[in-house]
Design a protein around this ligand. Structure first.
Ligand code: HEC
Length: 106
């Protein structure tokens, strides 16, 4: 669903460009996932639904570490699923920072 393949690059500069491009592409894919997959429970604008709101205001008192581990491990006994295996640690950290610091914008 979120697979990104690295393209073979000629020189070091090209490799750097490709890597930057992959990171940007990954972040776009993560935004898409947050909107569609997280949004299915937390609301399309993340203002709450089955799950609580994930706006910057709502998450203001939640440490980044808490948000990251909530994403990776979920919360057993609730509908919040674990995303480990689908999302990497770096993905979860990026989403946590994006939600908390920028607020989700489509
Ligand atoms: C199947 C429904 C569902 C999906 C999909 C889902 N969540 Fe949740 N999420 C929940 C529920 C329900 C809770 C509340 C759990 C509880 O009672 O503590 C929750 C809680 C959370 C919390 C804790 C919020 C707080 O203030 O305590 C965060 C952060 C979170 N989800 C992030 C995400 C992210 C990011 C995604 C997508 C990668 C996601 N969730 C996908 C249902 C979902």
């Amino acid at each position: 669903m979120l697979s990104l393949s690295a393209h073979p690059a000629d020189g070091a500069q090209r490799a750097q460009e490709t890597q930057d491009g992959s990171v940007r592409a990954r972040h776009l894919a993560l935004r898409h996932l947050v909107k569609h997959d997280c949004g299915s429970c937390h609301g399309m604008r993340l203002t709450g639904g089955l799950g609580p709101p994930l706006t910057a205001v709502a998450l203001a008192d939640r440490p980044l570490q808490f948000i990251e581990s909530m994403i990776l491990r979920g919360r057993p006994g609730t509908a919040m699923p674990a995303w480990q295996g689908i999302l990497s640690d770096a993905d979860a950290r990026w989403i946590a920072e994006m939600l908390k610091e920028e607020g989700f914008e489509e």
